[in-house]
Design a protein around this ligand. Sequence first.
Ligand SMILES: [Zn+2]
Length: 61
Amino acid sequence: MIKLRACRVCKRVTEEMKCPVCNGDTVLEWKGYLFILQPDKSSVAKKAGIKEAGEYAIKVR
Ligand SMILES: [Zn+2]
């Protein structure tokens, strides 16, 4: 099983040690899962400040 990580800066979920989007540090301690398809049409994405489609964590430590 692949251990997924989440970016501390933009909360994007990734397998990399560094975030592919903002190059921030990623951590293994995160909770919740958001899959955003259309950020401009999603109130959840707006609340979380997400502007790009993708997978995101809800809480990152
Ligand atoms: Zn990031």
